[in-house]
Design a protein around this ligand. Structure first.
Ligand code: ADP
Length: 254
């Protein structure tokens, strides 16, 4: 589905007023839960996400242990109240898939061989969902891992770009435009979504998924947009961590 909704107008303005290469507002707070080893609260547009990290701790059951390195268990969960219609609680195919790809992405930046037989558990809870929750969750997890003091090669960060249609006055459909960070309507009625995660220091790709169709040129442009988006979010992640440690230094001085 693409033609019956004008997601971007002739001046290149999107439904929510953003330009093609503009992110939704992202705010991040590190260290929000006292029981967890590391945590993060992140808002990204209408998405509200909590990430909590436990570990490294002994992996249980024991048969899951790896004698050479720690295992990384990310668990993505959408709260029943996170969407318009109540979502059936508990894991489903989608949350299992997101948990798996998130674990694999995080594993690439965590220095797991420091902690044989251990597990590092990353809980991602989506409290409010409004498109792009896997990117929001993974970016929150990156901050929570750093907050937990887990040795990382880099703080992982995630963002998506996609393609949305524009319908002409005569009803004809004009291909589509590549835009950064699809909002809810754009995700529902757009033509393609390309969520990625990177290690921002090297631009190593940690996750890349694609929903819909893009030509090679469109793919290259979307990837470029998504990488630039990741760098913007990365800056906000680092500010959140600096703010937390700055605040605890101030507390100590009192
Ligand atoms: P992402 O959240 O990473 O974009 P999807 O593309 O699978 O992942 O989902 C897009 C959006 O669809 C979600 O952000 C959420 O707003 C909505 N959504 C996903 N699953 C459900 C569900 N079970 N019930 C209602 N809305 C959902």
């Amino acid at each position: 589905m693409n033609g019956d909704k004008k997601l971007i107008d002739d001046t290149g303005t999107r439904l929510d007023g953003r330009k093609a290469d503009e992110l939704r507002k992202v705010t991040i707070k590190a260290g929000v839960l006292h029981r967890a080893d590391g945590s993060c609260y992140l808002e990204w547009g209408g998405n509200k996400v909590i990430a909590a990290v436990y570990g490294p701790r002994e992996a249980i059951p024991r048969h899951t242990q790896n004698p050479l390195r720690a295992i990384v268990n990310a668990r993505y969960n959408m709260a029943a109240f996170s969407v318009d219609d109540r979502k059936r609680p508990g894991p489903d195919r989608r949350s299992r898939e997101i948990s798996k790809v998130t674990s694999e992405a995080l594993e690439k930046v965590i220095i797991t061989d420091y902690y044989p037989r251990a597990s590092i558990d990353v809980n991602i809870e989506i409290l409010n969902a409004e498109a792009g929750t896997r990117c929001a969750g993974l970016s929150a997890a990156g901050v929570a891992l750093a907050d937990a003091g887990i040795p990382l090669k880099d703080i992982p960060v995630s963002c998506a770009a996609g393609k949305i249609g524009s319908e002409e006055k005569d009803g004809s459909f004009l291909g589509g435009q590549i835009v950064l960070d699809l909002g809810k309507e754009e995700d529902n009625f757009g033509n393609a979504d390309l969520p990625i995660a990177i290690a921002p220091r090297t631009n190593e790709i940690l996750l890349l998924q694609m929903d819909g169709h893009l030509s090679f040129e469109e793919f290259e442009k979307a990837l470029d947009f998504a990488i630039k988006g990741c760098h913007q979010v990365s800056k906000i992640q680092k500010e959140a961590l600096i703010n937390k440690y700055h605040a605890s230094e101030e507390e100590e001085k009192k």
